[in-house]
Design a protein around this ligand. Structure first.
Ligand code: GUN
Length: 290
């Protein structure tokens, strides 16, 4: 039997509609600043989409496009100015940054109350101890998609493939909060395929094109594919694939996200939800939950 295909595009659209409505009711206009340094083509596409969707949600969009050779000190100054600007509720500095800029220093310079990526150590710490915080967007989106299949994740065997600060670690924290039984597996894990094959819920976030094969998946499992890998296709073209070999995986999984159209659209929807949350908190109001 073929798996249910989880429609991230449709679920993200529902979130964006709610964010737009809640923002209208808030009485102040949320503002999101996006900073990009250099010409990385994938980053340019992400940032264009972020700016477009920010404007469509009725938010104010602040855009800073800086040349590749921007000195670190200049970037830090811009971040500090955005910290001080009361119209800006969320700040996102697009990663990766050029090699001469320390991304950790940049992230630590963002006001944690405006850190809509949830990457600041204060927000990572709050997530780890279960305090309400700005949480990383892709992990949030992954959990929402998993819960669209299993509204209650309690007791499920969840395997997170990948241990990055951006996805693997925070998604594991969120799964613990949902009372799942969590294993974090990675490139050094022994018998990786067997570990994955024990998962009722498999979240793949390793950045290796189509690494996860059919036999890595327990029949009926839910598979959330966070990977976005560009590979060469016929006639000199390229195409996007996930960390999961989708065509064979969908023959055994119970439910699976496609790439593109799965986790990807959820990331921007959750970014808008985080910006709304930061704006609500700045206005001293409770933030809606998504
Ligand atoms: N680059 C790729 N994904 C992301 C993201 O979620 N946030 C930022 N800041 N940069 C990224």
């Amino acid at each position: 039997m073929s798996a249910q295909i989880i429609d991230g595009k449709a679920i993200a659209e529902q979130i964006r509609i709610r964010v737009t409505q809640e923002a209208k009711a808030l009485g102040i206009t949320p503002g999101l600043a996006v900073v990009i340094v250099g010409e990385n083509p994938a980053s340019q596409v992400y940032v264009r989409n972020k700016v477009k969707q920010t404007e469509e949600a009725g938010f104010i969009s602040f855009e800073h496009r800086l040349p590749e050779d921007t000195p670190e000190a200049e970037l830090l100054k811009i971040v500090e100015q955005l910290n001080d600007n009361s119209e800006v509720h969320g700040i996102l500095v697009q990663l990766p940054l050029p090699d001469h800029i320390d991304p950790d220093l940049v992230i630590r310079t963002i006001d944690p109350a405006k850190d809509v990526d949830g990457f600041h150590p204060i927000n990572a710490g709050k997530l780890a101890v279960g305090q309400d915080s700005l949480m990383p967007c892709t992990p949030q989106g992954s959990i929402i998609l998993a819960k669209s299949v299993h509204p209650d994740l309690t007791g499920l065997n969840a395997v997170v493939l990948g241990r990055s600060n951006i996805v693997g670690k925070p998604v594991a924290q969120l799964l613990i909060q949902e009372s799942a039984t969590v294993t974090i597996a990675h490139s050094k894990t022994r018998d990786l395929d067997e570990v994955c094959a024990r998962a009722d819920l498999l979240i793949a976030a390793v950045g290796r094109a189509e690494l996860v094969k059919k036999h890595w998946i327990k029949p009926g499992a839910t598979v959330i594919d966070v990977g976005i890998n560009r590979v060469s296709a016929e006639a000199g073209k390229t195409r996007l694939v996930g960390d999961v070999a989708f065509e064979e995986a969908k023959e055994v999984a119970g439910a699976i996200t496609p790439v593109p159209g799965g986790v990807g659209p959820m990331t921007i929807a959750c970014l808008l939800a985080n910006t709304l949350k930061a704006a609500c908190w700045a206005a001293g109001k409770p933030a809606p939950r998504f």
